[in-house]
Design a protein around this ligand. Structure first.
Ligand code: GAL
Length: 429
């Protein structure tokens, strides 16, 4: 059963369950908006607070329904349960092709009026606006563009280990790992959770196969690519990279691993630029306290991850003019410059509208914006598989399983992993 059917089965049970009410709003509130998201690390919480404050300034009540768990798998489970019980939130963090599945079930509402009044069609690139639209109508608002293929390093730790610059090739990455290990540091901070394993895996696919191979593997699911000799090379390198990963990283949250690099216990972390939210929250400066470089071998490509808030049709009991106005306010505020600047500086991402002054951003943010534009021209803006942008959640889940099983099996055979990948993807389609 594909993800759409699975979701449909879950949702069709919706009428069997009772509704629950919003938490009490202050007497002078114009309406309430409840938002489900998974921005719960210290830096991320600071970022989401920006939206909350702006909504409150407009006289509405923000009901925060944060569900901890990087990558959002736990939040998605909660969201499905909420939809099943006929009690969806007003808005939820839903991304990429998944937006279409939720909309096709008739669960999302359109925010065309807000979009038209605020000229979203001219503000957003076509790739972005197409993702936010279902059947020609806006059902979600994008808030940012994250780059996934980054490597974060601590220059002070590098210096102590005798490494003079961040690695740009896989060979340099392993050499840095060896030096860090020899100097008593954790070479690579990494939390062994499926989405983190697959974030590293997609970087490795891009590094070894290049942008065309990445597209063949994760967008076209081309069997030859999935089972070919380059995929064996990817898995072989993944095993090698694993030998540098934090031995205490099993099941660890990404932000706790980031903290090890920030605190000088580890030298590097492979993570999307939400990792920068932790550095920023700790008062650290890009270019001096930390450095960001593309994952070795992926220079010139940009794996993108666009966070967006999808708007739900409100349940009858909550469907008041005030609550609808609160929902529209989130859609409006989310694309306004004030929010885009402050939120993205806190979140580590770049604005989703291209007309803002990037000189307000740090060197990593500026590099990201520049690389995004260049990758657009060279055909190497790539949707992140690990962050819900490239495939259905069912196919993504199948890939996660194969990668995580491979990483947890000491004797796993890199030559077999590609075949497992191809058949798991086929079964999930
Ligand atoms: C991504 C999400 C980011 C960040 C990260 C860690 O999927 O797009 O905004 O939250 O997960 O949880």
């Amino acid at each position: 059963m594909n993800s759409f059917n699975r979701l449909a089965v879950v949702i069709s049970l919706a009428t069997l369950f009772p509704l629950s009410a919003y938490a009490a709003a202050p007497a002078d509130s114009k309406g309430t908006v409840e938002v489900v998201h998974w921005w719960t690390s210290g830096g991320e919480a600071k970022a989401v607070e920006v939206l909350k404050k702006l909504i409150e300034k407009d006289g509405y009540t923000w009901q925060d329904s944060a569900v901890a768990g990087g990558g959002g798998a736990a939040a998605m489970t909660v969201l499905k349960t909420r939809a099943v019980s006929g009690n969806p939130p007003s808005a939820a963090q839903i991304k990429g092709p998944d937006i279409q599945d939720w909309a096709a079930l008739g669960l999302l509402t359109n925010v065309d009026e807000v979009a038209k009044a605020n000229k979203w069609d001219t503000l957003l690139s076509k790739t972005v606006s197409d993702t936010m639209k279902y059947d020609g109508h806006y059902v979600a608002v994008p808030v940012n563009i994250h780059r996934v293929n980054w490597l974060w390093t601590n220059p002070e730790v590098f210096k102590k280990a005798g490494i003079d610059k961040p690695p740009t090739t896989l060979e340099e990455l392993y050499a840095a790992g060896d030096k860090l290990k020899a100097a008593g540091f954790i070479p690579l901070a990494h939390g062994g959770q499926p989405w983190q394993d697959s974030t590293v895996f997609e970087d490795m696919v891009l590094s070894i196969m290049g942008p065309e191979g990445y597209k063949k593997a994760f967008i076209e699911h081309d069997e030859k690519t999935l089972t070919g000799p380059q995929m064996t090379e990817v898995f072989t390198n993944l095993k090698k990279l694993q030998s540098y990963m934090d031995p205490d990283g099993t099941g660890q949250d990404w932000n706790l691993e980031a903290a090890k690099v920030i605190n000088g216990k580890a030298g590097m972390q492979i993570m999307g630029d939400w990792a920068k939210s932790e550095w920023a929250a700790a008062g650290k400066k890009a270019g001096t306290d930390f450095e960001c470089v593309p994952f070795p071998g992926t220079q010139g490509s940009f794996t993108y991850n666009i966070d967006s808030l999808a708007m739900f049709k409100l349940a009858k009991a909550k469907d008041t003019a005030g609550n609808r106005a609160a929902q529209n306010d989130v859609a409006k505020v989310a694309l306004e410059p004030e929010f885009q600047y402050v939120f993205n500086q806190n979140k580590g991402s770049i604005p989703v509208r291209g007309d803002l002054d990037m000189s307000k951003f740090d060197s990593c943010g500026q590099a990201s914006a520049k690389d995004f534009a260049a990758a657009g021209k060279s055909g190497s803006q790539l949707p992140s598989m690990a962050h819900n942008m490239a495939t259905s959640l069912a196919v993504q889940g199948a890939i996660f399983d194969v990668v995580t099983n491979f990483m947890s099996d000491k004797n796993a055979d890199p030559a077999k992993a590609g075949k497992q990948l191809a058949s798991a993807i086929k079964a999930a389609q």
